[in-house]
Ligand binder design. Sequence first.
Ligand code: FAD
Ligand code: UDP
Length: 380
Amino acid sequence: MAAQAPPGSEGFDYLIVGAGFAGSVLAERLASQLNARVLIVDKRPHIGGNAYDCYDDAGVLIHPYGPHIFHTNSADIFEYLSRFTEWRPYQHRVLASVDGQQLPVPINLDTVNRLYGMNLTSFEMKEWLQTVAEPCDEVRTSEDVVVSTLGRDLYNKFFRGYTRKQWGLDPSELDASVTARVPLRTNRDDRYFADTFQAMPRHGYTRMFQNMLAHPNIKVMLNTDYREVVNMLPWQHMVYTGPIDAFFNHRHGRLPYRSLRFEHVTMPREQFQPVGTVNHPNEYGFTRVSEFKHLTGQQHACTSVVYEYPCAEGDPYYPVPREENAALYRRYQEEADALDHVTFVGRLATYRYYNMDQVVGQSLAAFKRLKVRHEAATQT
Ligand code: FAD
Ligand code: UDP
């Protein structure tokens, strides 16, 4: 398919498709560690993929593709990214609008006490949960995981409506891993994430990506679908980070990716809501409202928020975790594994509901494999 150049010839050693976390980490590693010549191509007019941020017309730093909060338990991943950015410590907090109150999510001791007008201790909450939880033999779906720990009422109030909106599917049709992302707490910890490292790039994600891609061996080509250039420019190995089914022209059928429509609103007031994100599980067409100044710490007379409206059509944002999709993905994966000159990395190309840190980890692992190949090739 490619204008593949023989080793040592003119052209690029690597053609990287997609300038999000997956593509940018690999570009940086390959250029800086192997002195490889890298061309990174993105069809969007910017680097950063879905983590891209920019200033809106009012001068407020926003995330056009929805709120991105960095969190990880991996010191290695945090250390790696710290080479390209300073950080602003930030712990994300989320409230859910339920029964006329704004209550902490993940569900914790305060959520339950305020919702039901109780005054339980942590110990009592554990006992109470045993009276409402509906144990099941095998926790398989996103409904099972919640109902078996929190019971039907909390499930209906916090999870059922939100999940149906977000995925266009009932929680009983989704893998347990989806709602299992949101833990249950019997203490008063109201942070959305419990990871060791929780921070925002001090000068934004885009600046961090600029620093990653600043190596002289890296050429960046924007507004370009890789198909426009793949046969024009000589390259030896491709790193592909777009949707895997699109790479193979959907020959086994389309993999479902859930999309979102983002509605950005700027208001002439300093603050709109008390925390970074307010979820609306049961009302409206949107799932959540996020206010960027909480995340970024920016001081500004105006504030900007984003409403997320889930939809089926549009840019692919989320792989949809359920068995039939995993089975279809495996058919594409088999074809991908058989291609020696292409490496598939990232959330879309490996059809995994990965957070940013997981994509960085996956990309660093892919780099190690490419380095071994490179060393083997240069020794022969
Ligand atoms: P992407 O960022 O999607 O990059 C892929 C790139 O490939 C895109 O820029 C695309 O334009 C390009 N591309 C695709 N096809 C082609 C083609 N044919 N030619 C050229 N270019 C192409 N993670 C967290 O850790 N914390 C969060 O708070 C968080 N919040 C999120 C909120 C939302 C609304 C969403 C959707 C995701 C969130 N994530 C969060 C997940 C995070 O966005 C991803 O883990 C990460 O951005 C994935 O990086 P990637 O490089 O794999 O993919
Ligand atoms: N979820 C829910 N209610 C909430 C928060 C999350 O039902 O208040 C479910 C929903 O299915 C969602 C999933 O848990 O898609 C994962 O939530 P998370 O906040 O991790 O989603 P993301 O930030 O990746 O969109």
